[in-house]
Design a protein around this ligand. Structure first.
Ligand SMILES: O=C(NO)N[C@@H](Cc1ccccc1)C(=O)O
Ligand SMILES: [Zn+2]
Length: 154
């Protein structure tokens, strides 16, 4: 996996709520993130990783050499995401971070979460996510709150 220079990542700030999803700057940022996560062969990416402190990330699970069991899904921009409910069981799993190259670790995550987010058209979604996709969501949501996976290593 070549390391794409992801701008100067902001890893310790709390990202700002997006007031107007239809703002052309936000739409451009979403397009940039979709391209970047594909170029980086990643399964997720958050705006702070490209130096923008907005509450936006992309969940883009798909099988790749690092995560061969990852389910295939349409890359999904999630704006102002939040977790509404968590399962009580958590599960450990390997994670890496595009902003922290070369390090992987075992991170406990909730196995199932109920989430809410706005899509890029401003439509609100409420969904249950499980397993690896739930893991990516939690990893990306952490980035919006200045947390990285190293902070959660067992
Ligand atoms: O660093 C990021 N996203 O912030 N990208 C990681 C995301 C990730 C998340 C959870 C488990 C494995 C991997 C990637 O390798 O695509
Ligand atoms: Zn990351």
């Amino acid at each position: 996996m070549e390391i794409i220079q992801l701008g100067n990542p902001i890893l310790r700030d709390k990202a700002e709520f997006v007031a107007d999803v239809k703002d052309p700057r936000i739409q451009q940022l979403i397009d940039d993130l979709l391209i970047t996560v594909k170029q980086a062969n990643g399964v997720g990416i958050a705006a702070p990783q490209v130096g923008v402190s907005d509450r936006i990330f992309i969940v883009a699970s798909r099988p790749n050499p690092r995560y061969p069991h990852a389910p295939e899904m349409e890359p999904t921009p999630m704006i102002n995401p939040k977790i509404l409910a968590r399962s009580d069981e958590s599960e450990k799993g390997w994670e890496g971070c595009l902003s922290i190259p070369g390090i992987r670790g075992s991170v406990p995550r909730d196995r199932a979460i109920e989430v809410e987010y706005s899509d890029r058209y401003g439509k609100l979604h409420k969904q249950e996510l499980t397993d690896f996709v739930a893991r990516i969501f939690q990893h990306e949501l952490d980035h919006l709150d200045g947390i990285v996976f190293l902070d959660r290593l067992e």
